[in-house]
Design a protein around this ligand. Structure first.
Ligand code: FAD
Ligand code: 2HG
Ligand code: ZN
Length: 473
C-alpha cells in the first residue's frame, strides 16, 4: 500500500478510505457523474469525519503532490465533482461531515456542516420556526457544501437570491491544509477582500468548504401556487412584469416550461397529470408568498390572474387549492430533468440573458439550431424570473444519443454560446463550468477577468492540486 494511503487511513480510519483493491467495493456512486457522461477512477475515496481530518488529509495530499476532488451529493451537472480517469486523484467526500452546529434565532442564522443534505438543512430551519429558502430539484441528495461550491440557484432566486446571497460566513480548509475560521454571522463586514464570495462558486478549485453560516427567514403566513398557459415567450415576459408590479416581494418563484419539455414529463411520468400543456406552447408556474394571510394571498393572486387573462398574457390558469396540489405542480416542474434523462443523452445549457431579450434570443436561436440539426427537439425551461433558461437540446427522434453528442455537441454549444454572447448573457447561470465548459470559458469570458481568475488560482493553489482541470484548464 502506498505511504499516502497508509497516512490517510491513519487520519480517517481504515473503513473511511475506500479503494478499488478492497474486495467487493464499488466506487460508482462517487466516480460516475449524475448525468452518466463521465466515469472517473479515483486512487481512493476518502471520507473524513470532521474539519481537522479534512485539514490533515489535504496536508498529506499536498506533501505527496496528489490532487483532490471534493464531492458532496454528486448531483452536479457539469462533471465537476468526480475524479478524472487517471486513478491518481483522491475523491474527498464530505458526506460524513453533516451536523447542524446551531441556530441563532435572534441573528436569523443557522450554522451547518458542508455535507448536510439541503433537505435536512431546510427541515432544521423549519423545526426552529424559520425558512431556509434555497430549493432545487436535487435537494434530497445535494449538500450545502456543493450548493456553495457551485453557487446554486434553484426556484426561489427571484426573491431570496443565489446560495451566495444566503451565506454570511464560511469555514474552509485551504489548499495548504490550513483552516480558515470564517464562520461569521455578520451582515456587515468591510475588513478587506471578500474571501467568502471568492470561495463560493469556485467549484472546489480553491479550497474545501467544511461549514457555513447561512441566513434564515421568517416563514410566510401563506403560499399560493398557480400554473398558467401562456401564448408566447413574450407573453411570459409580460406576465412576469405584471406579477412584479402586483406582488412585489411576494413573488417567490416564476418558472417557464416549454411544451416539448412538459410533453416529456407526460410521456415518462403520466401519473403526474401535467395540466394545460397540450393547448399552449408555454406554461408558467408562479408562487406568491404572503406575510399576512391565506385570504389576502388568494385575493391578490386571483386579481392578478384575472388581469393577466384580460391582457392576453395568459390564456388559462389554475390555482392550487391546497399545499398538496401546490407540491404536485412543483413536482411536475422538478421532474423535467429526470424526464429528459429518461429520453436519452442530451446537451444542457444553463444560460442567462437579460429577461427583456429572452423572447428574441429564443426565436432566433431556435431557428438557427433547426437549420444546423434537422429534427432537433428543444427542451426549454427554467427560471424566467432570473433570466435563466435551461435551453437544452435533445437529439432528433430515434437518433442514437452517443452518435448525436459526438457529431453535434461542439457545434451546438458554439452556436448557442455565440448567441448568448450576442445577447449579452452568461454561458453558465447556475451549474458552473466544471469540466464540460472548461474549454469554452476562455472564448466567452472577459480576458482581463480570466487573467485575474488565473492569478487567484495560482496564489491560493500554486501546486494546482485542488480539483485541477475544472473551471480553469
Ligand atoms: P457535487 O455534485 O458533489 O459537487 C459540485 C461541485 O462543487 C464540484 O465541483 C465539487 O468539487 C464542488 N464541491 C462539492 N462540495 C464541496 C465543498 N464542500 N467545498 C468545495 N467544493 C465543493 N443546480 C442549480 O443551481 N439549480 C437547480 O435548480 C438545480 N436543479 C437540479 C436538479 C436535478 C434533478 C439535478 C440532478 C441537479 C440540479 N442542479 C441544480 C445541479 C446540482 O444539484 C447543484 O449544482 C448542487 O449545488 C450540487 O450539490 P452537490 O452536493 O451534489 O455537489
Ligand atoms: C433545474 O432548474 C436544474 O431544474 C436542472 O437547474 C436543469 O436539467 C437541467 O438542465
Ligand atoms: Zn435550474
Amino acid at each position: 500500500m502506498s505511504t499516502l494511503l497508509s497516512t490517510l487511513r491513519l487520519i480517517c480510519g481504515d473503513s473511511h478510505v475506500l479503494t478499488h483493491d478492497d474486495p467487493g467495493t464499488d466506487l460508482s456512486a462517487w466516480e460516475l457523474d449524475w448525468r452518466k457522461r463521465i466515469r472517473g477512477r479515483a486512487l481512493a475515496v476518502v471520507r473524513p469525519g470532521n474539519t481537522q481530518e479534512v485539514a490533515d488529509v489535504v496536508k498529506a495530499c499536498a506533501a505527496a503532490g496528489t490532487a483532490i476532488v471534493p464531492q458532496g451529493g454528486n448531483t452536479g451537472l457539469v462533471v465537476g465533482g468526480v475524479p478524472d480517469d487517471t486513478g491518481t486523484q483522491i475523491l474527498l467526500s464530505l458526506g460524513r461531515i453533516h451536523t447542524v452546529r446551531g441556530v441563532d434565532p435572534a441573528n436569523l442564522t443557522i450554522t451547518v456542516e458542508a455535507g448536510c443534505v439541503l433537505q435536512n438543512l431546510q427541515a432544521a430551519a423549519e423545526a426552529a420556526g424559520f425558512l431556509f429558502p434555497l430549493s432545487l430539484g436535487s435537494e434530497g441528495s445535494c449538500t450545502i457544501g456543493g450548493n456553495l461550491g457551485t453557487n446554486a440557484g434553484g426556484t426561489q432566486v427571484v426573491r431570496y437570491g443565489n446560495t451566495r446571497d444566503l451565506c454570511l460566513g464560511l469555514e474552509v480548509v485551504t489548499a495548504q491544509g490550513e483552516i480558515w475560521h470564517g464562520l461569521s454571522g455578520l451582515r456587515k463586514d468591510n475588513t478587506g477582500y471578500d474571501l467568502r464570495n471568492l470561495m463560493i462558486g469556485s467549484e472546489g478549485t480553491l479550497g474545501i468548504i467544511t461549514a457555513a453560516t447561512m441566513k434564515l427567514f421568517p416563514q410566510p403566513a401563506a403560499q399560493l401556487t398557480a400554473w398558467a398557459a401562456v401564448p408566447s415567450m413574450q407573453a411570459a415576459v409580460d406576465l412576469l412584469g405584471l406579477v412584479h408590479q402586483r406582488l412585489g416581494p411576494g413573488l417567490t418563484g416564476f418558472e417557464v416550461m416549454g411544451q416539448f419539455a412538459l410533453g416529456l414529463v407526460d410521456k415518462h411520468y403520466p401519473q403526474l397529470r401535467v395540466p394545460l400543456w397540450k393547448e399552449t406552447p408555454w406554461c408558467v408556474l408562479l408562487e406568491n408568498s404572503d406575510s399576512e394571510s391565506e385570504g389576502h394571498a388568494r385575493g391578490q393572486f386571483e386579481a392578478l390572474l384575472e388581469a393577466a387573462l384580460e391582457a392576453g398574457y395568459a390564456s388559462d390558469a389554475v390555482v392550487a387549492e391546497n399545499l398538496s396540489q401546490a407540491k404536485g405542480l412543483w413536482h411536475i416542474r422538478e421532474s423535467i430533468t429526470l424526464a429528459q434523462a429518461e429520453e436519452g443523452l442530451n446537451i444542457k445549457h444553463d444560460i442567462s440573458i437579460p429577461v427583456s431579450r429572452i423572447p428574441a434570443f429564443v426565436a432566433e436561436t431556435d431557428a438557427l439550431l433547426a437549420q444546423e440539426v434537422p429534427g432537433v427537439r428543444m427542451v426549454n425551461f427554467g427560471h424566467l424570473g432570473d433570466g435563466n433558461l435551461h435551453y437544452n437540446v435533445q437529439s432528433p427522434e430515434g437518433a442514437d444519443g452517443k452518435a448525436f453528442l459526438q457529431d453535434f455537441e461542439d457545434k451546438v454549444n458554439t452556436l448557442v454560446f455565440d448567441q448568448v454572447a450576442k445577447f449579452d448573457g452568461s454561458i453558465s447561470a447556475e451549474h458552473g463550468v466544471g469540466e464540460l465548459k472548461v474549454g469554452k470559458l476562455p472564448l466567452y469570458k472577459d480576458p482581463t477577468a480570466l487573467a485575474m481568475m488565473r492569478a487567484v488560482k495560482k496564489a491560493l493553489d500554486p501546486k494546482n492540486l485542488m480539483n485541477p482541470g475544472r473551471v480553469l484548464s
